[in-house]
Design a protein around this ligand. Structure first.
Ligand SMILES: [Fe+2]
Ligand SMILES: [Fe+2]
Length: 248
């Protein structure tokens, strides 16, 4: 059993059958598994992330494939971009906050479509009926997240509603990311070879270069139609990126 703080409680690993819960302000994370035992003192939210990262890096260190690491790397970057946006907002630096919001939108749009084109088809191919269910559930969650992202990208950080919208989006993304890292991807890793995982990781990274950089929730979410929609939308998105500001 893993203990974390306050209301936060989520399944940390189906494979281990453990749960995370918290006890603030000081966070004692313990796991009856002999592999995981640590004490962390941070804010509850920071601790939740730290726990997730620490857990992921320690618990699955031996099993994480190249694909898992590529996806997790993006998740960590998205968390950093969101946290930087929050910091700049708190510091009353709206221009900088806008840049980090732009960076977040740019990365999440590419990440989501990269997963839909490469990772979710891999669930279906290697995990049978369960993989199909996982892919369908993840696509449904993506649709919701892409709709939130679409709304967000059409607002300015000057808008009073922007921060609430971003917070809502982040909450949904956070839950989705946990499922991917703690349930879906470990299952895929267990079903494929290291070479296959390496090949999927390469495809995922390559795909992100040509997909749209803005959210298009009405576009198809399965290849080949998503690929075509992406190819059509991507040049316009990239043209628009020239007129948006990003962090240096
Ligand atoms: Fe995803
Ligand atoms: Fe993801």
């Amino acid at each position: 059993m893993l203990k974390l703080n306050r209301a936060a409680s989520f399944t940390c690993s189906q494979q281990l059958g453990h749960r995370l819960s918290t006890s603030a302000p000081s966070l004692i994370i313990f796991c009856k598994s002999k592999m995981f035992h640590s004490v962390i003192r941070q804010s509850p939210r920071a601790t939740l992330f730290a726990a997730q990262r620490t857990f992921a890096s320690s618990q699955f260190a031996m099993a994480q494939s190249a694909l898992y690491k590529a996806i997790q790397h993006d998740h960590v970057e998205l968390a950093d971009y969101y946290n930087n946006y929050k910091k700049m907002t708190s510091a009353f630096q709206p221009d900088e906050a806008q840049k980090w919001a732009n960076q977040f939108i740019w990365e999440l749009a590419r990440h989501a479509i990269g997963e839909e084109l490469v990772v979710y088809p891999a669930f279906e191919k290697h995990l049978g009926a369960e993989g199909k269910e996982m892919a369908d559930r993840d696509r449904q969650q993506h649709l919701d997240i892409k709709q939130e992202l679409y709304d967000l990208q059409n607002m300015s950080t000057d808008s009073p509603a922007f921060e609430d919208k971003f917070t809502t989006l982040w909450g949904k993304l956070e839950l989705h990311v946990k499922e991917e890292e703690m349930d879906d991807l470990p299952k895929l890793d267990a079903a494929i070879s290291a070479e296959d995982a390496e090949s999927y990781a390469t495809s995922f990274q390559r795909t992100k270069h040509f997909v749209p950089t803005r959210s298009h929730p009405s576009a198809p979410d399965k290849p080949p139609f998503e690929t075509i929609a992406g190819l059509l939308a991507a040049p316009l998105d990239k043209l628009g990126d020239l007129f948006r500001s990003f962090p240096k």
